[in-house]
Design a binder for this molecule. Structure first.
Ligand SMILES: Cc1cc2nc3c(=O)[nH]c(=O)nc-3n(C[C@H](O)[C@H](O)[C@H](O)COP(=O)(O)O)c2cc1C
Length: 140
């Protein structure tokens, strides 16, 4: 069955943009072969990723991602079955958020807590987590 998993993590200070793009390039090739689609969002060392595909494939990939030392504090904020993919056209879409985009994502969001980091806030609200990915997908 089709399955989705959304998680956040933190990139170590030493992870360069070049390394991030290398991770993405390899991930895209592997995802295509494994029938996995999704999106990775990056902002100020914060990572948020949605993975979708067959349940076994997603669980196997997340196992590898969880153990990957190129990021830390890996935290799942949602996983479950889906009827259809939201990112069927992307082996791994990518969006680097700038400050303006982050601000836009929070317009009208009343529970905004300035003590929390942006992706942290998004991840703590399930509906908002998926919605944010969809909004960003629509802006690609
Ligand atoms: C932030 C982040 C996102 C990743 N996303 C993916 C992904 O979407 N697909 C993938 O195959 N590997 C991804 N990886 C890499 C995996 O953690 C792991 O290194 C890889 O699957 C191992 O592949 P290999 O055994 O062929 O070297 C990601 C790694 C990081 C740090």
């Amino acid at each position: 069955m089709l399955y989705e998993l959304l998680y956040t993590s933190i990139a170590p200070a030493g992870l360069s943009e070049t390394e991030l793009f290398q991770i993405l390039e390899k991930a895209r090739a592997k995802n295509q072969a494994a029938g996995i689609t999704g999106m990775l969002v990056y902002h100020n060392r914060e990572i948020m990723q949605i993975l979708e595909g067959e349940e076994m494939a997603i669980k196997a990939l997340f196992d590898a991602v969880f153990k990957d030392e190129r990021h830390t504090s890996v935290e799942v904020f949602y996983q479950g079955y889906i009827d259809q993919r939201a990112f069927s056209d992307w082996s791994m879409a990518f969006k680097m958020l700038d400050e303006d985009t982050v601000k836009e994502l929070f317009v009208g969001y009343e529970d905004f807590d300035p003590g929390k980091t942006p992706l942290n806030v998004i991840a703590s609200s399930l509906n908002r987590g998926k919605k944010t990915f969809l909004d960003l997908r629509n802006s690609l």
